[in-house]
Write a protein that binds this ligand. Structure first.
Ligand SMILES: [Zn+2]
Ligand SMILES: [Zn+2]
Length: 347
């Protein structure tokens, strides 16, 4: 199969031919229909993610069609089209049994701990516990985002911060996950303000329904949010994993506000100086989050359907595998609005 291989940190991905994967016991092999290029792939590409060993095939935000089924799989057969969460939990440990698949100690994470989906095919472990049928009406390039960005945003808002209709949600960072959180927040009945430093991303967020936008390059974004929300946001989502934006996310909250750290703090941002006096005096809650337990797919798909929420505007670029390097490098600076999704694995 054709695949893109990372052989050195920050090097252009090597487009090459690898042996087709075999289905693991309890797993399947998918022909990849679409795979998004996500900020976490950029962390892997730069060497900031300690889970990644070279050589490596990136790509964790994918959907595909089952082409081979391993021993013991009962729910899936060849020809099924499926969505996979980026965390493939074991499905049988005490944490999985309790519904907390995102903290499963035996999780497999393609694109980080095993070969990912920047390839024509991918081996997917623990298929029965993790996969969800791809809704017929959903295009693969849209469904791919249900492997990472949209699901992570959904769990941050509803599984962690318990966002309620009528509340103010501040989204710090207008990239793929930020815009996903904005769209879901709106569908849940919240009012949403999006913060970024790139005017084109603010324009993009406003075009997709943000109630307000704040350009953080023009002054104190937290103060601007406190002003326009009449005292502060109820919930803030930090979607970049950098110190300045985490400080903004905490500082923009009203008392008893909830902040969710969605962006992965890596490299120079692994340790941050944050205003704990605000956490204390504002009696704030701070949540970390990573991914979404697969049992929550039905609630997400139900909301998308009930709210008639079209996620397709999120995908601004469908690309070939050979363009993946360019998209990874784009995360070095404010990337263009929307997300890039690989749909052509032969070019
Ligand atoms: Zn991701
Ligand atoms: Zn488990």
């Amino acid at each position: 199969m054709r695949a893109a291989v990372l052989r050195d940190w920050r090097a252009p991905l090597d487009l090459t031919t690898l042996a087709d994967p075999e289905p693991p016991a309890g797993g399947v092999v998918l022909r990849v229909l679409a795979c998004g290029v996500c900020r976490s792939d950029w962390h892997a590409w730069t060497g900031a993610d300690s889970d990644v060993a070279l050589p490596h095939v990136p790509g964790h935000e994918y959907c595909g069609e089952v082409v081979a089924v391993g021993a013991g799989v009962t729910r899936w057969r060849v020809g099924d089209r499926v969505i996979a969460p980026f965390i493939l939990a074991c499905g049988s440990c005490p944490d999985c049994a309790a519904g907390n698949q995102t903290i499963c100690a035996d999780q497999v994470v393609p694109g980080f701990t095993t070969p990912g989906a920047f390839a024509e095919m991918i081996a997917v472990h623990h298929a029965d516990s993790n996969l969800t049928a791809l809704p017929e009406e959903m295009a693969p390039e849209v469904a791919a985002a249900l492997g990472c960005r949209v699901t992570t945003a959904w769990h941050a808002l509803t599984g962690r911060a318990q966002l309620r209709g009528g509340e103010w949600l501040a989204v710090i960072g207008g990239g793929g996950i930020g815009v996903s959180a904005m769209l879901l927040g709106k569908a849940l009945g919240a009012r949403v303000v999006v913060v970024d430093v790139a005017p084109d991303k603010l324009e993009f967020a406003r075009g997709l329904g943000a109630d307000a936008v704040v350009d953080a390059s023009q002054g104190d974004a937290a103060e601007a949010i406190r002003d326009l929300t009449g005292g502060g946001a109820d919930v803030a989502v930090e979607a970049l994993g950098i110190e300045a934006t985490t400080v903004t996310a905490l500082s923009c909250l009203r008392k008893l506000g909830r902040m969710v750290q969605v962006g992965m703090p890596a490299g120079d941002h692994a340790t941050m100086a944050i205003p704990m006096d605000r956490v204390y005096s504002g009696q704030l809650a701070v949540f970390g989050t990573r991914g979404m337990p697969s049992w929550r797919y039905p609630s997400l798909l139900s909301l998308l359907s009930a709210a008639n929420l079209d996620l397709s505007p999120l995908v601004t670029r469908t690309i070939g595998l050979s363009q993946a390097t360019e998209e990874l490098a784009a995360f070095d600076r404010p990337a263009p609005p929307g997300v890039a999704v690989i749909t052509d694995f032969l070019n």
